[in-house]
Design a protein around this ligand. Structure first.
Ligand SMILES: Nc1ncnc2c1ncn2[C@@H]1O[C@H](COP(=O)(O)OP(=O)(O)O)[C@@H](O)[C@H]1O
Ligand SMILES: [Mg+2]
Length: 327
């Protein structure tokens, strides 16, 4: 069976004055896919999602969502989707359950089966025990889980999640992901999420679109994108980076040799075999660190910088780039 497109975007752009927040993005998301829009802050992720949800008019281009035109048929689009925005939007004074009941009424869900549906969504996100507490007593993670339950209550074909885990601690983040995953399996919902957490895109998305300055710079399965880099990444610290780089460039197995802020980076294919050879040929290296390539390296390859300048958990490269220390 040929997979159907849940979302089809053609040359979608949104300009705010002179700023091209989204600048000609084209892509297809297949039915049932878990798809990530990955990019740094300000890349255009929220703007893209807002256009797909029919909340923002594109400057140019077309988007079809669940078969409807996002610009001209926004109501039909909205009936077919669920959205969880970055800002919490549940009612603090109501209980978790009451929030879901309100949503069910808003969406005109028939009374029959409504109670069961709410029960099962509460179970899915692990809030059965706390369903009667007011939302203002919930933790950040519980709120997010409630909003995710609300997002899929009316059985949308597609669920949009804008930065579902931002600001949550790592343990809560991985919990949230367990629920999202379970949901995509149980409900077969197509999921489009945005994130600036690389590990999340790498771990949970079937495919990712990496965006920067409103443009798509890479698209594919995380493992394919990483494999295309052609090897592991080695970073070398030396007092003479230019010399090291020029030596490396003479080596047939060294790829993408770059110097940034005094650190030499090189991609080494078949590193188990080539690394010892390489080190034998190099003189004057103070320290090296090797890591398997990640989506961050894909981002660095296309943009020359790390995806999260504020990352405490990023790669060696990011940490080194961000440490103002002994260079
Ligand atoms: N309503 C708006 N008016 C003007 N500029 C905006 C507006 N919304 C977003 N932007 C700008 O568009 C760019 C992309 O924003 P956004 O889509 O929110 O990025 P992301 O979600 O990837 O962090 C940013 O430079 C942002 O400041
Ligand atoms: Mg955003």
């Amino acid at each position: 069976m040929v997979p159907v497109s849940a979302i089809s975007i053609k040359k979608l752009s949104k300009h705010f004055g002179k700023l091209r927040a989204v600048d000609g993005i084209s892509l297809e998301v297949k039915e049932g896919e878990v798809f990530a829009l990955l990019g740094p802050n300000g890349a255009g992720k929220t703007t893209t999602i807002s256009m797909l949800c029919g909340l923002l008019r594109p400057t140019s281009g077309k988007a079809s969502v669940a078969g409807y035109d996002a610009e001209t048929e926004p109501l039909k689009v909205r009936k077919s989707i669920g959205v969880v925005f970055q800002q919490p939007s549940s009612d603090d004074l109501l209980s978790g359950r009451e929030n879901l009941e309100m949503h069910a009424l808003l969406y005109g869900m028939p009374g029959e089966g409504r109670k069961e549906r709410i029960d099962s969504m509460l179970r899915l996100v692990g809030l059965t025990d706390r369903q009667k507490s007011r939302v203002k007593e919930y933790s950040g993670g519980m709120r997010k889980r409630l909003e995710i339950a609300r997002g899929i209550l009316h059985k949308p074909l597609i669920l949009f999640l804008d930065e579902p885990t931002v600001g949550l601690d790592p343990q809560t983040r991985s919990h949230i992901w367990e629920y999202i995953r379970k949901m995509s399996q149980v409900e077969k919902t197509t999921i489009v999420f945005t994130t600036h957490y690389l590990e999340e895109a790498e771990k949970y998305a079937d495919r990712v679109a990496i965006i920067d300055h409103g443009r798509m710079i890479a698209l594919g399965k995380p493992s394919d994108l990483v494999r295309k880099l052609g090897g592991d990444i080695m970073l070398l610290k030396s007092k003479e980076p230019a010399l090291i780089a020029s030596e490396l460039r003479k080596m047939p197995f060294a790829r993408s040799v770059k110097i940034k802020e005094g650190i030499v980076s090189v991609t080494v294919p078949d590193s188990q075999k080539n690394l010892p050879k390489m080190l034998r040929l190099l003189d004057g290296v103070d320290s090296i660190e090797m890591h398997p390539a990640t989506l961050n390296d894909v981002f660095i390859k296309y943009t020359g910088r790390a995806i999260r300048e504020d990352s405490a958990e990023g790669s060696y490269w990011e940490r080194i780039m961000n440490s103002k220390g002994d260079r």
